[in-house]
Each structure stands twice: as structure tokens, then as C-alpha cells.
Design a protein around this ligand. Structure first.
Ligand SMILES: Nc1ncnc2c1ncn2[C@@H]1O[C@H](COP(=O)(O)OP(=O)(O)O)[C@@H](O)[C@H]1O
Ligand SMILES: [Mg+2]
Length: 248
């Protein structure tokens, strides 16, 4: 598809100092166009979740801003939220509801009231949730099955931007691969996708560009093309140790 060059997701000098003085994000800049996947790598505490939470307006930046389709998330939170869906590592769904009931509940909360049971079944099949699970309660589901419900809700919201915070962590390899294939389909539909992940190899296969975060800094940013003949794992280790040497 042809890329529109108006960024869908943008971090502009994004900085977050928590109330205890900890600088979790130090002047981060990036932008994601419709139809692109940006994967953020980085160790625990690097600032990945902090970045995503500012896009969701769960926290406010100290300075700088996050924009979704040009809307500054902490200035117009409701307008920004309409443009984005979110899948976290531990998808928050109702364990006592069936898969279909969860989809119906969250779609209606999101203002989509026209979906039929057939629509829900189709999207669950699309994300790879087997038919005999559609009417079962979530409490018996594996993590991978719950993640599929989370991404189904995100598809039904049909938002132009999708944020994923370590979506494949804890998934078995088959579920992880299915998840990544689904992200590629969403990308082809023109969604702008920002994901944090620890999965270096999948990020390299999947993302249009990759950032490495370390202690609140984006210490590396490269496109898929730039990474083609590079050993990303080695680069990752180098950027982690390089930064440690610099601050030591
Ligand atoms: N509410 C908070 N108050 C103070 N420090 C926090 C808070 N939330 C996160 N941090 C700190 O900010 C840094 C970045 O955290 P986080 O964004 O969760 O990193 P990541 O998702 O990359 O593991 C960490 O050092 C973490 O301890
Ligand atoms: Mg995190």
C-alpha cells in the first residue's frame, strides 16, 4: 500500500520524571506512519511502558508530548483515545464472561453497537481462536487464547493506531508466531503499530524500524533495511554495554 506520510504516532521530546525524581524518559523522539510497525527493545526499566502509558494518557509527560494522529494525548485525552487500541502483556478481560461476551462488552464500551454475534465469531476465527472456545468462559483460557481475545477487541475497535506492551511475552512459539502474522495483517491494513518487546528475532522479521531503549534514552534507531546485514543481538548487547561504559 502507499504510505501516507503524516505520522500516526509521534513522540516529540518526550520526557518523564516520576514524582520520586527518577528520570524514566529523557527526550525521546520517534514517529510511526500508517502501515508501519515500530518495535522498542530494551531491558527492564528502560522506559518502554512509560512511553506507552503516556500515549494512553495513563500518565502525563513532564515535558514534550505524545501525539496520535496529531492529537496531543495529555491535552485531548478523549479524542486521542478514540484513535488507539491497546493490548498489554496481561490482557484485562472478564474471566467470568465468554470470549463473545467480552468482545461484545468492550465493543459497546467503545461505542460500537452494531456488531452481531456473527461479526464476533468471524473476528475470533481471524485471530485464530478455535470455534469451540467462542462460548466458553475466559477463566479456562491459556495466556495465548486470552491474547487472541485482546487483539480481537482491538480489531473490532478498528482504530488507526495500536499499542502493544510486550504482547508476545509468555506465549508459546506457535502462539507467538500467529500473533506476529496477525500484526503483519494489521500493518497491511494501514494501522500504525508501536510495540515493546524482548523478542529480538521477531522484531527484526516484523518491524519496519527498531529502537533500543536504555535508561530512558533511545540509544539506537535503525530501519529494517539498515539492519538487513546486521546482527541485531550483537548490536543490542553493544548498545547496552556502551551506555553502561559511558555512565560509569
Ligand atoms: N510510578 C513510578 N514512579 C517512579 N518510578 C517509576 C514509576 N513507574 C516506573 N518507574 C521507573 O521508571 C523506569 C522505567 O520503567 P518502565 O517504563 O516500566 O520500563 P520498561 O517498561 O522498559 O521495563 C524504571 O526505572 C522504573 O522503576
Ligand atoms: Mg514494561
Amino acid at each position: 500500500m502507499e504510505l501516507n506520510n503524516q505520522p500516526m504516532l509521534e513522540a516529540v521530546n518526550l520526557t518523564k520524571r516520576y514524582e520520586d525524581g527518577h528520570l524514566a524518559l529523557d527526550n525521546i523522539n520517534f514517529s510511526v506512519l500508517p502501515g508501519q510497525i515500530f518495535a522498542m527493545l530494551g531491558g527492564n526499566g528502560a522506559g518502554k511502558t512509560t512511553s506507552i502509558n503516556i500515549f494512553l494518557n495513563l500518565i502525563e509527560p513532564t515535558s514534550g508530548e505524545a501525539r496520535i494522529d496529531g492529537i496531543v494525548t495529555h491535552k485531548e485525552p478523549l479524542a486521542a483515545k478514540q484513535k488507539v487500541s491497546y493490548v498489554s502483556e496481561n490482557v484485562m478481560l472478564y474471566h467470568e464472561f465468554t470470549a463473545i461476551q467480552n468482545l461484545d462488552f468492550f465493543s459497546k464500551i467503545g461505542g460500537k453497537t452494531n456488531y452481531t454475534k456473527e461479526d464476533y465469531k468471524n473476528v475470533l476465527l481471524r485471530v485464530g481462536l478455535q470455534e469451540d472456545a467462542h462460548e466458553k468462559r475466559l477463566k479456562g483460557f491459556s495466556k495465548g487464547m486470552r491474547q487472541k481475545c485482546g487483539i480481537a477487541i482491538s480489531i473490532l475497535k478498528d482504530s488507526p493506531a495500536i499499542l502493544l506492551d510486550e504482547p508476545t511475552s509468555g506465549l508459546d512459539p506457535k502462539a507467538g508466531l500467529e500473533f506476529v502474522n496477525l500484526l503483519n495483517e494489521l500493518k497491511k491494513e494501514g494501522k500504525a503499530i508501536l510495540m515493546s518487546t524482548h523478542d529480538i528475532f521477531r522484531a527484526k522479521d516484523n518491524a519496519d524500524f527498531i529502537g533500543i531503549m536504555n535508561k530512558g534514552n533511545l540509544v539506537m534507531m535503525k530501519t529494517k533495511e539498515e539492519l538487513e546485514n546486521e546482527d541485531l543481538e550483537k548490536l543490542y548487547v553493544e548498545h547496552m554495554s556502551g551506555y553502561m561504559d559511558k555512565v560509569a
